[in-house]
Design a protein around this ligand. Structure first.
Ligand SMILES: Nc1ncnc2c1ncn2[C@@H]1O[C@H](COP(=O)(O)OP(=O)(O)OP(=O)(O)O)[C@@H](O)[C@H]1O
Length: 202
């Protein structure tokens, strides 16, 4: 379970939110909504442990994430605004590198399958810098599929994606939730898959 306990977020001299609470269980999805600049990315960064709340705590499986950083990093996959793709490396190399860092066993045929699933068949060996924005976003989605993390924290996962890729993300979310995974996401685009909770910031 992921729990936000009385979170307060301050950026610069502005309080973005205060006393924010939720509890998300297995197979559940939380949508974080709000207008531009209200604090959605800021909240996701607190949930990942990339930033600290002014007050409050984030708990994973009943324990503060600050006290279990390494375990939490293995349980959680974050897709931010940036794709985290290395420009000089091909999709194949990017995924192989990401799997090694995450401590996941990913033989080349498994990586090939995942790349095929995200529609990158035919450009597996091109340097990422030669790919389009949408194709780079697809590498990031492939990384999620390989990561084997129970908790997905996704900031605008549909950005730059075409209609087929949006449908793929919906399918990925659905499978992840059915398998007992948890999802926290922001999106300015409508999703066909329903969420269990919504928090509006700002
Ligand atoms: N390092 C920082 N220092 C000061 N203010 C910041 C910092 N980072 C973000 N902010 C401010 O915090 C506010 C919330 O930013 P955030 O990126 O969380 O918004 P958002 O809801 O995700 O917006 P969008 O929908 O445009 O992605 C913005 O007004 C932003 O300018």
């Amino acid at each position: 379970m992921l729990e936000a306990i009385s979170l307060q977020c301050v950026r610069g001299d502005r309080e973005l939110f205060n006393n924010l609470n939720f509890a998300l269980g297995s197979g559940e999805m939380l949508l974080v909504s709000g207008s531009n600049g209200t604090g959605k990315t800021s909240l996701l960064r607190l949930l990942c442990g990339l930033a600290q709340p002014a007050t409050g705590e984030v708990h994973w499986q009943g324990e503060n994430i600050q006290d279990q950083r390494s375990e939490y990093c293995h349980s959680m996959a974050y897709l931010g605004h940036h794709n985290g793709v290395k420009e000089e490396l091909s999709p194949l190399e990017n995924l192989s590198f990401a799997a090694t860092v995450a401590g996941v066993v990913a033989p080349e045929d498994k990586i090939g399958e995942v790349l095929n699933r995200v529609g990158l068949c035919g450009c597996e060996e091109l340097p990422a810098k030669m790919l389009s924005q949408g194709q780079r976003r697809r590498i990031a989605l492939a990384r999620l599929l390989l990561a084997e993390s129970r908790l997905w924290i996704l900031d605008e996962p549909l950005a730059a994606l075409d209609v087929q890729a949006v449908a793929l993300v919906e399918e990925m979310l659905s499978e992840h939730l059915t398998g007992g995974g948890l999802v926290v996401l922001t999106t300015h685009q409508p999703l066909k898959i329903s969420f269990n909770f919504e928090i509006r910031v700002g």
